[in-house]
Design a protein around this ligand. Structure first.
Ligand SMILES: Nc1nc2c(c(=O)[nH]1)N[C@H]1C(S)=C(S)[C@@H](COP(=O)(O)O)O[C@H]1N2
Ligand SMILES: [Mo]
Length: 536
């Protein structure tokens, strides 16, 4: 091999080494940004942290297909997936800022400034934004720019201080990564990373402790209901192993919302304002709410994003103040047709007023299954309206109810093209046997759950391999606001692969349509089916 060739390889290696060092410097310089952002956000509110603000803006800007895709593929982990994506993009930009700073420090600063500006814009775009929400991103940008300037300068000095190739003998170590200057760079980089890690962890901790409403939640004393729920009839749940529980344990309730950080609301600082097209606007404190004649309501809540056979449905015993009575007290004016709930985090949810006032048991719920609402499910207060999907009825972290008109205001999901009524579609699913289960030949237990919330389920039918529909046995009826479980004995199943299908009919006599549609814009339709293998 020629000497010349060695030179070239060495030079290439040295260049690569320097590029890596510069990229690493950019990445490390983003550490103080993270720390400054978190520490500042501990005071301005967790939602204003640059990463979370950008994440929330991304959620609001995401097209419907992408949101549906995220809910479908990541389920309740959709937010973790989003944050992982944001951190990845941020890390790439940080590396880029280090690389360009090598030759053009000004350009590096520009990349950082762009990044800070993105955070400021995102924070300002939040529906609940205040001027102070820009501070964490500004602090992060300044910290990043300072660290980047300082670290790249020491890296440049280390590189420049050594004589350049090819004067060096072949194989001599790269000056940027050796010698006393190298130690300076390493120490500075390490110290920056260490301080940043401490700062970020400290900021997180501070934010968590400031936003912890666990104690306030534990201190809530729930009054006894003025109207207790009737006990559920015996036999609402067929004793088939593997079938969903009739009442969903609170920990298993599905969660769907746009909140990257859960609103932390101390009930002592909470109030609910009922205003708009009313004769007497009302403001209720949490104690005022608890002094209402509280009612218990057994209700199945479902999400419009639930796909055929999906798990975004749950049944619980809710406790709350009757909403129709409060609205009547406020005096709804003629012409009003929409009730808009606003949450502490700026979500708006619009409910047809006629649904709330037609006699159904709409609630301002404060408790579920005997406990104050979990923070993830709306503590301290959320609305519930039987028969409507969550996105048009179930505002969590509720702070405001505005009586208005559909013509006057489009709430969050309606602006994104979803149906403004949100009436729950009839749905049914097969839970037993599990998909692709292997079951012994002979009689096979089939079982599942169906709902047509507020209308009630009148019939469930199943069929095997496209054969004749057969009536499934319906378990005891808990009432129209609750799902209904079913079971059926499939007689004489013979070995092989079989397809089982289910469909339900609501109390109005309408049977689920076979046509498969996606959740957007008014809920999925189609028959759920499952494939099982019968073995000898
Ligand atoms: N503040 C707020 N309330 C919200 C939402 C939200 O994103 N933010 N999502 C709604 C949707 S789409 C559904 S299905 C229900 C889900 O309630 P859960 O998470 O308690 O099951 O909450 C509703 N209320
Ligand atoms: Mo939903």
């Amino acid at each position: 091999m020629s000497n010349d060739h060695d030179h070239r390889t060495d030079r290439r290696r040295a260049r690569l080494g320097r590029a890596c060092a510069a990229g690493a410097v950019g990445l490390v310089a983003a550490g103080p940004a993270l720390a400054a952002g978190e520490l500042t956000a501990a005071f301005t509110g967790p939602g204003s942290s640059p990463v979370l603000a950008v994440g929330s803006a991304a959620i609001d800007l995401a097209p419907t297909w992408l949101k549906e895709y995220a809910i479908r593929s990541f389920g309740t982990h959709d937010k973790a997936a989003l944050l992982a994506g944001i951190y990845t993009v941020a890390a790439l930009l940080a590396v880029l800022s280090g690389l360009v700073s090598r030759r053009r420090p000004g350009l590096g600063t520009a990349v950082v400034a762009l990044f800070g500006a993105l955070g400021v814009w995102a924070a300002a775009s939040r529906p609940t934004a205040r001027a102070a929400d820009a501070l964490p991103s500004v602090a992060a940008g300044l910290a990043d720019a300072t660290a980047l300037w300082f670290l790249s300068r020491s890296l440049r000095n280390a590189t420049a201080s050594a004589p350049a190739l090819p004067v060096d003998p072949p194989g001599s170590p790269d000056p940027a990564t050796t010698g006393p200057r190298r130690r300076t760079v390493l120490v500075a980089t390490g110290a920056t990373a260490g301080v940043a890690a401490l700062g970020a962890a400290g900021g997180r901790h501070l934010a968590d402790s400031r936003g912890d409403v666990g104690a306030a939640r534990a201190a809530v004393r729930l009054p006894a209901p003025a109207v207790p729920a009737r006990p559920l009839p015996a036999g609402v749940h067929p004793a088939v192993p593997g079938l969903t529980a009739f009442v969903t344990p609170t920990a298993d309730l599905y969660r769907v919302d746009t909140a990257l950080t859960l609103p932390a609301i101390d009930p002592r600082d909470w109030s609910l304002r009922i205003h708009g097209l009313v004769d007497h606007p009302v403001v209720l404190s949490f104690d005022d709410l608890l002094r209402q004649p509280l009612e218990e309501l057994d209700l199945t809540l479902t999400c419009v994003s639930n796909e055929v056979g999906g798990r975004y449905a749950g049944t619980a015993r809710w406790l709350g103040a009757p909403l129709p009575a409060l609205l009547r007290r406020a005096g709804v004016r003629p012409g009003a047709d929409q009730l808009v709930g606003r949450s502490r985090d700026g979500m708006t949810i619009g409910t047809p007023l006629e649904s709330v006032l037609d006699g159904r048991r709409a609630l301002l719920a404060v408790a579920v299954n005997g406990e104050p609402l979990p923070v993830a499910h709306g503590f301290p207060c959320r609305s519930l309206v039987p028969g409507l999907y969550g996105y048009t009825s179930a505002t969590k972290w509720l702070v405001e109810l505005e009586v208005t008109r559909f013509a006057a205001f489009d709430p969050y999901w309606v602006r994104r093209g979803w149906d403004r009524t949100g009436e729950v579609r009839t749905a049914s699913r097969i839970e037993v046997p599990a998909p692709f289960a292997r079951v012994p030949a002979g009689d096979v237990d089939l079982a599942g759950t169906a709902w047509a919330t507020h209308r009630g389920v009148a019939a469930v039918e199943v069929r095997v391999d496209g054969g004749p529909w057969q009536q499934a046995g319906l378990a005891a009826d808990g009432g129209p606001d609750l799902w209904r479980q079913w079971s059926h004995s499939w007689r004489g199943a013979i070995p092989g692969t079989h397809r089982i299908e289910v469909r339900a009919t609501d109390a109005a006599g309408r049977t689920q349509s076979e046509t498969r549609t996606l959740p957007f814009p008014s809920g999925s339709t189609g028959w759920h089916s499952t494939v099982v293998t019968v073995v000898r």
